[in-house]
Every structure is written in structure tokens, then in C-alpha cells.
Design a protein around this ligand. Sequence first.
Ligand code: HEM
Length: 471
Amino acid sequence: MVKKQREKRRTDVSYNLPPSLPSLPVLGHIHLFAKPLHQTLADIAGRLGPVVFLRFGSRPVVVVSSPELAEVCLNTHVSGRTGGSLLSFPVDLAAAAGVHEEESLLLLRGFLRETDAAEAEWSVGGAAKVELKSRLFAMAVDAVTRIVAGKRYYIYEEEEEEEEGRRRFREAVEGLFGLRKSYSVGGLLPFLRWVDAVEVGQRLPRFKGAVDGLLQELIDEHRRRRGGGDGEFGESHGRKTLISMLLSQQTAHPDSYSDTVIKEILVGFITAGTDTISNTVEWAMSHLLNNPEKLKKAKVEVEELVGRHRLLRTSDVRDLPYLRCIVAETLRLHPAAPLIVADESSNGCSVDGYDVPWGSMLLVNVYGIHRNPEHWAWQDRFVPERFQDSRAEGGVVLPFGLGRRRCPAEGLAGQAVGVVLGLMIQCLEWERVGREEVDMREEAGMTLAKATPLEALCIPRPILYQVLNGI
Ligand code: HEM
């Protein structure tokens, strides 16, 4: 379905282009993009079919919205994609299993503190109102920076002191994620690259420089300690850090793993491994608050497996089928990367018999595929049961991408979302703040975030006091 063709110049008018809509001079189709881009593209595919030709300003773009074509586009050698990954060795993430579980305990301790404070200040029937987005984000940054460098930067134990490095790192990370939100369609880039969207070009160098400097410090620290005979440095809680693994690759293949390449890989992990997890947990909890009977079903499942005297562990997630259905259904409705760039700048190929002109971006609309009414009953409704017995209604889900650039942390990510959500369900009672349903609108951006940060009421369950307070 995807074929290479002899290079054609942009001026060549003999293209057999996919169906399109009338466009404006200069703007192309940008005037159509009032909603988040993936939603608009799904609507257009609903009208025109699974392959569509558009112009984002002067940039030609071909959007694919069927599972069969997505598979072909993401697996086939399309220029720019196969060479796109910087990871030329299999990163062993098995050792990272359990990091999110450990970080969740600090998250839960935070909720507990807040409910204690609420008793004195503000509470509704003994419950505290908590804002989840920023807490989940902080937990996810800490988990990924522990995987990368063995350090946490956000939530820390009382005995740990706030140090200058932590403050600088947080500022730089927040700057980067802030920029990622404000992409422009003209500058749409692969999910994990440095954001260089046009309108944020001014602010980027400052944050990029800050992150680069901090990562170099971490690399140098690892290198110094390794060179100084502190052979175990680079291990945190018995886990090898990613920096340590990459420095070993550098020793073995110095030409392929310069410090610059290592820093790019580290940035890839930090950006790819953070709000993907925190947004997914936030979406899942939002759906559960709107569907209390499903929240209850998940709670019963956790209690039956784990009991009331110990906390859920990462290794339990595989034995919690309903919890895993909740995660799968959340990723169907809200894939963290709703649009995947299959090719940044085509050298000319054809998709499903249509030409992809030279210089076009080839996009896969994962969001559209996951909500295609031809493949999914009640496509916009949260129905975890559809994933029971690995059925998935015969539909295809690809929240982790496909092909050589697919997410290297797929297994870890599923466990991480499961254990964080499972612990929150096990340790606290959750309710909506008011009678209204939780607002499920989406924010425009590179990753699929909620437009309104989730707030909820929570009451600690006895197990949280027992385990975390040592009562
Ligand atoms: C729910 C959680 C997650 C989702 C839905 C997700 C999804 C994805 C997707 C769709 C891609 C491919 C993008 C493309 O083809 O351009 C990707 C790549 C990647 N992900 Fe994940 N991811 C998640 C969690 C994580 C975590 C926790 C980490 C790290 C600890 C991680 C690390 C990476 C890296 C390094 C890549 C780039 C691979 C490459 O370029 O070769 N991801 N992820």
C-alpha cells in the first residue's frame, strides 16, 4: 500500500493526491483547526476517508486514519523514520519496574497530609479537595529522573533538603513541558524531538540550554564517580541508571554515543516518560469519577486480590484484569500521542494508491483510529469491559506506536499506570467535587492532556494510615 516512487518535484502537477478540502492561500487548511488538531483530522477523515491531503500553511501533509494503513506506514521503510531512533541498543527497562510504585507512596503521603490539613481548614464530610494534575506530573518526573539519573527532583522526603540543583531542574523541565503544549501546526514535529515550534522559538534556547547544562552535569558526575573507582555509582536502589547504561555504550562505541547523543536520548526519555504517564492516570481517574460503578468494580477487584493489609505492588497488576481493561480503554480514548509522525519529509511515496508528494509530512491519526465508529461500538464512551478477555471488539489500538520507533517502554508504562491508579484506588475513597460530571475536554498539544486539571475529593482509607503512618 505504501510504495516508493521516483522523486517528483513540488512543481509537478501530475500527482494523484488523496481527497482534500478547499484551502486558503498562505494558510492552507489551518483555518479549519479550531478544535484540537487530532479531533479536526478525525472529523475530516470521517467525511473524506482514511487518506487525506491537507496543507498546514505551505507544508503538504498526508493524514492516514485507518489501522491497516497506519500499520503499513509505521512499519514500512519510509524515509526519516527508520533512521529516526537514537536508540540502537535495547534499553533494559526491566530494572526500572517498581520505580512508579515507590514514587506513588510519596504521592499518597502527600494526599494524606492534605486530608490531615483539610480537617483543620476545609473539608466536605471529612474529605479533602485535591488537585491531581500537578501531583501526578511531579510523581512522574521523579520516577523518570530516577530511571535516568537515580535522583528525584520534585517530591522529596522531609529529611532531604531542597538544593539549588533541584530548583534549576524543575524550572527547566517546566519550561520545556510548557513549550511542548504550545506547538504550532506549522511546526508540528515528531513526538519526542526538541520542540522548535515557530511561536516559541524565542523562549526555547533558554530552557534547552538549561536542560542541556543540567544533563551534562549529571553525565560528568556519573563519569567522575565511575572513573574514581566507585563502580557502583549509576545504580539507584540496586537499579542501573540510564546514564550509566549509556556511558557503557559510549565506552564500547565512542563514535555513536557522544555526550550530545546521550543528552538527546535522555531528553527523549524525560519528555516521553513523564506526562504520558501522568496524563493517562489523570484521564483514567476522571472517567472513574464519572462512572462510580466502574470505580467500585476496580476497588473490589484490588481488595479481593491484595486484601486490606498490604499495599498493591507492581507485580500484582498482571493479576488485575479489570484494572488493565481500565488502562487499555483510557489509552484508546486518550492516546498520549494522538498523532504520530510517520515521515517528517517524504522523498515521495504512495499510500493506498495515492501519491504522497515530495516534502510532505505523513501523519498517522491514532486518536481517529481509536474512535472510528466502524470499529468501535459507542466509540466515545468509556467502556473498559470491551477489553475483557483480550477481545478489544476486533478494533486495533496503537497507543505506543508501531515499527522501529515504537515506545521502548510499553511494558513498563502499562505497569506504571496500573500500579499508580491501583494504589490510588486502594488507599483512598474518591468522589467528584460537585454534582457535575468531570470536564473531559481536551487541550491542544503534542500529548493529549485534559483542558481542566482534575480536582477531586478524597478520604484516606485505613490502609493508608496503617502503612504510611505506621499506625
Ligand atoms: C502511557 C504511557 C506511554 C505512552 C502512551 C507512550 C507512547 C509512545 C509512542 C506513541 C511513541 C512513539 C512515537 C513515534 O513513533 O514518534 C513513544 C516513544 C518513546 N517512548 Fe513512550 N509512551 C509512554 C510511556 C513512556 C515511558 C514511561 C518512557 C520512559 C521511561 C517512554 C519512553 C519512550 C522513548 C524513549 C521513545 C522514543 C523511542 C525512539 O525514538 O526510538 N515512554 N512512546
